[in-house]
Design a protein around this ligand. Sequence first.
Ligand SMILES: [Zn+2]
Length: 179
Amino acid sequence: MSNIATGIGRLWVSGYARSVVTTAKAHADCGTCKGVRNELGAPGGVIYEDRLWHLDHIVRPLPMAGWLILKPKRHVESVAKLTDAESRALGPLITRTAAALERATGVKKVYVGLFGEAKLFAHVHVHLIPRPVELGDDLRGPLIFALMRAESDRVPVSEAERVSAAVRRALARTRRRGG
Ligand SMILES: [Zn+2]
């Protein structure tokens, strides 16, 4: 007869169950979080939103009509820290929004930029800019961001609202492409 000692292992369950999701509400001073909460008065209001992403028009003073901002609802300050789900949704959203902007404005291409450098706007946000068909060399490529330094609206608010509504309709007609 052998006396077999049976060790009973204890299963240590990690206490890592708490949520690591940071809500927009938790960052009261973040300008992008305020945008997610629709507190910045974007012309035309929310253009698109789902569980993870929020799309609206850039706020006043307006650099142009149709300059849109796509941002994760979660406060995150580095693209490297997007979740897999946020990352998977981002590509199709950029493509669909750019297509909707081209239809709504008649432009041939849409600039896409992401910096997160402005004061109080470190929260990741993607600029989608309908590149005007006629655009001087002094505003091409990244130089277009010079328009953000305008101190007053460069276009009527009503025009920004019109483009926002058109993009909203165009996005509602499209379906996320599979694969
Ligand atoms: Zn934020």
